[in-house]
Every structure is written in structure tokens, then in C-alpha cells.
Design a protein around this ligand. Structure first.
Ligand SMILES: *Cc1c(COP(=O)(O)O)cnc(C)c1O
Length: 431
């Protein structure tokens, strides 16, 4: 495969952009080699600068649940462009998307639009602190909530991959108010709550974490967190930037039937445009400025082009709920296909799967939290990544990511993915 243009561009990019990329996980440092530069994308495929096509299993880290360049979103954006790109004043579309989000996501009674998942989580924590008058909050080891200072304490995703969970530039003062707990342990939460009685404003987590690879909640875990938070007056925040509109129209909270006090959203909500949102109970959201005293603002928040893309995406998902059954079928075919091939070849690696998300961990032990995720053989993952890429399959360039499937994955493409998987497994174990 000729990737000469990507190599040339990456070398050039490093003169002007730190590490040559605008977000660290794109740099392939965890898997070796140079990143592929993308020229265009369509349906289930992305194409690099040498016009090689790859079957997509990341889908822009989640947003492109309908595949790339979907005509409904493209048409909505082009249509909105005719009326101007930004007004910095309220629009009717913002009410429409807010109403739609409130109707789809069980916990959300009022919602504020922002420009990224990072903004959503930073703002949600500030509101929870303002609402409770408390400073501390609990986060889970290996969960990622964007790059806000107070979250860069055992953060997942790029931060794990870079071997740098505690970033320089985050002060000790900030870090001391972030309490850490392992995922899937209610006992650990009870201990933290006991040791910090009346001081914890919020507990934030990915209800189904995807930023240490995909891990699913143990039966009763989310319900248990709900009970503890209600008892202790702690604001329970589900960070559904990844799982929102993906695991169900109403996200993981709908799938598991557990309603948090606040929810953060991103990725799919913008249909590929830079959008995030946070929302929750009325009495909490009434604390947000200008209704209440907690300040949060944004020049481009609710941008008309971004709202048009998001509305097209959410309306389509809301009106075609059968898509979630189709996504589950696609996810099953791939995840179960991978497990079957692994067993045939004599490997017993862990595959975690839920709906249209899955991770293959190069570990024989169950992966239920950050400690168990870290046992994976990341060197072997790097070889697997390269072997799949060579065969035209584009995976997330890190062991500690979930893969995101789209409705564009037809059966013939699934067959290709599984064939590439079989060949890659044989190749990486024979070297
Ligand atoms: C991607 C992600 C974020 C950050 O969103 P950005 O738009 O990249 O700032 C926050 N939380 C979770 C769970 C995410 O997956």
C-alpha cells in the first residue's frame, strides 16, 4: 500500500503543529508508524491522500453513526449555510434541538449547548459544585472526560496511551479535589463517601466506559451508584459523550434504566460538527447563568450550522429507532465473529461488546476496570493494528479505545473485516 503522501504531509505538519496533529491519539504513537492523512470519507470508507480506501471502525471517534458524508446531514448543513454561518444571538433551531434532546434523554429536563465534550463536562462539574456548595468530586480510574484540568487525573484514552495520566500544568490544588475510584466497585465508592462525608459535590463516570477500551457495568453497579448518590446528596453525572444516542436513543441511561441527575453529551449530537451539551434536572440547571449564578458562556455555542447538522442526526435517529437493532446485529456479527476466529486459531483473548461498540483486548483475563485493562499486551495490539491497516481496516490506534460501528457496515464489508482479522491474527502470532 502506497502511503507516500501521508508520510510527506506528516513530516511537513511537524514543523507547524505540535507532534503534527491537533489531537494526540491521532499520532499513532501507541502503535508505531505514521498517521494516515485523510482526504475524504463516504459511507463505511475513509480515503487517504493516496486514495487508498479503508473500512471504518472508529467513525471519527463515534459521531458518524450513520457512516460518513450522510446525505441528510450534508443537505442540512448546505441548507443552513445559505442563511449565514454565525449570529451570536438566539435562534429557533436551538429550541428545537433542546426540545428533542429533552424528549430523548431520560435525565435531561433542561439543556445548555456547548462546543465540545470537554466543555460539557467542565461545565457540569462547575454547576454541580455551585448547586451543592461542595468542592470535591469522584471520578473513575481510566475514565476520560475531556481535557479539563480537574479530569486529568488517571484519565483514559490518549492520556493512558501517552503514559502520562497526570499532565504537567495541572496544579496540586486542582488535583486534590478529584477523588479516584476503580470502576465497577461499589465498596470503593462507599469508602470514599465515608471518608469525605458531606464534601462531595458530584460523582462523574462513563456509565459504559469506552476510553480504557470498552468495559461494561456489572449487574447492579449503576443502580448502586444511584442509591449512594441519592442518599448522600451527591449529583450523579453520566458522561454520555460517547454512549449518548449510540447505545440507545436515550443513551446508556435508557439502556440500563438508571437515571442520573445530570448528563453530558457530545460526538453524535453534532452529526460531525463541534458540539457538546450538558443537561439534567430543572432545579440543578436553573443554577446556570443567566437563570442562576453559575457562569458558563460561549461565543459560538448553538452555532446555526452545527445545530442544523445535529438536528438532522438526532431527528433521524429518533424517527428510525429500528437502526439500534440493526447496529446491535452488526456489532454481534463482528464481535462474535472475532471471538469465533480467535478460538479456532487457539486464542482466548477478551472481547467486550455492547451494541455498536466493542474492544478486542490482548489479554486472557476478563476486563472489568482500569487495572485489568492495563494487563493487555499493547505491543501485540500495535502489530494487530498495523496488520489490519495493511488490509484496509482502520481501527483506533490504541488498545485503550472502543471501536464504533456505523449503519453503513453491510454484510460484505463485515465478511472483509473478519477475513482481515483472521489473516492478521495469524500474521502477528507467527512473526
Ligand atoms: C470524547 C469524550 C469527551 C471529550 O469530548 P471532546 O469533544 O473531545 O472534548 C468527554 N467524555 C467522553 C466520555 C468522551 O468519550
Amino acid at each position: 500500500m502506497n502511503i507516500s503522501e501521508s508520510k510527506r504531509l506528516f513530516a511537513h505538519a511537524q514543523n507547524f503543529i505540535p507532534g503534527g496533529v491537533n489531537s494526540p491519539v491521532r499520532a499513532f504513537r501507541a502503535v508505531g508508524g505514521d498517521p494516515i492523512f485523510i482526504k475524504r470519507a463516504d459511507g463505511a470508507f475513509i480515503f487517504d491522500e493516496n486514495d487508498n480506501g479503508y473500512i471504518e471502525l472508529i467513525n471519527s471517534w463515534g459521531p458518524m453513526i450513520l457512516g460518513h458524508n450522510h446525505h441528510l446531514i450534508r443537505e442540512a448543513v448546505i441548507d443552513a449555510m445559505d442563511s449565514g454561518t454565525s449570529f451570536g444571538a438566539p435562534t429557533a433551531k436551538e429550541i428545537e434541538i433542546a426540545e428533542l434532546i429533552v424528549s430523548m434523554v431520560p435525565s435531561v429536563e433542561k439543556v445548555r449547548m456547548v462546543n465540545s465534550g470537554t466543555e460539557a463536562t467542565m461545565s457540569a462539574i462547575r454547576v454541580a459544585r455551585g448547586y451543592t456548595g461542595r468542592d470535591k468530586f469522584i471520578k473513575m480510574e481510566g475514565h476520560y472526560h475531556g481535557h479539563g484540568d480537574s479530569f486529568l487525573i488517571s484519565a483514559g484514552s490518549g492520556a493512558i496511551t501517552m503514559g502520562n495520566p497526570d499532565s504537567p500544568g495541572v496544579t496540586k490544588g486542582t488535583a486534590k479535589d478529584t477523588l479516584l475510584a476503580p470502576y465497577n466497585s461499589l465498596e470503593a465508592i462507599e469508602k470514599l463517601v465515608d471518608a469525605n462525608k458531606g464534601e462531595i459535590a458530584a460523582l462523574i463516570l462513563e456509565p459504559v466506559p469506552g476510553n480504557m477500551g470498552l468495559v461494561t457495568p456489572m449487574p447492579g453497579y449503576l443502580e448502586g451508584l444511584r442509591e449512594i448518590c441519592t442518599r448522600e446528596g451527591i449529583v450523579l453525572i453520566f458522561d454520555e459523550v460517547m454512549t449518548g444516542f449510540r447505545l440507545a436513543p436515550g443513551g446508556a441511561q435508557e439502556l440500563f434504566g438508571v437515571t442520573p441527575d445530570m448528563t453530558t453529551l457530545g460526538k453524535i449530537i453534532g452529526g460531525g460538527m463541534p458540539v457538546g451539551a450538558y443537561g439534567g434536572k430543572k432545579e440543578i440547571m436553573e443554577h446556570v447563568s443567566p437563570a442562576g449564578p453559575v457562569y458558563q458562556a460561549g461565543t459560538l455555542s448553538g452555532n446555526p450550522i452545527a445545530m442544523a447538522a445535529g438536528l438532522a442526526m438526532l431527528h433521524h435517529l429518533n424517527d428510525h429507532r429500528e437502526l439500534y437493532g440493526e447496529l446491535l446485529t452488526i456489532g454481534r456479527k463482528i464481535a462474535e465473529g472475532i471471538m469465533k476466529i480467535n478460538l479456532e486459531l487457539g486464542y482466548n483473548y477478551t472481547v467486550n461488546h455492547l451494541g455498536s461498540m466493542y474492544s478486542l483486548f490482548f489479554s486472557n483475563d476478563p476486563v472489568v476496570d482500569f487495572e485489568s485493562a492495563k494487563k493487555s499486551d499493547t505491543v501485540l495490539f500495535g502489530k494487530y493494528f498495523q496488520a489490519m491497516l495493511k488490509r484496509g481496516i482502520y481501527l483506533a490506534p490504541s488498545q485503550f479505545e472502543s471501536l464504533f460501528l456505523s449503519t453503513a457496515l453491510r454484510d460484505d464489508l463485515i465478511t472483509q473485516i473478519l477475513q482481515a482479522h483472521r489473516e492478521s491474527m495469524i500474521e502477528i502470532h507467527s512473526a
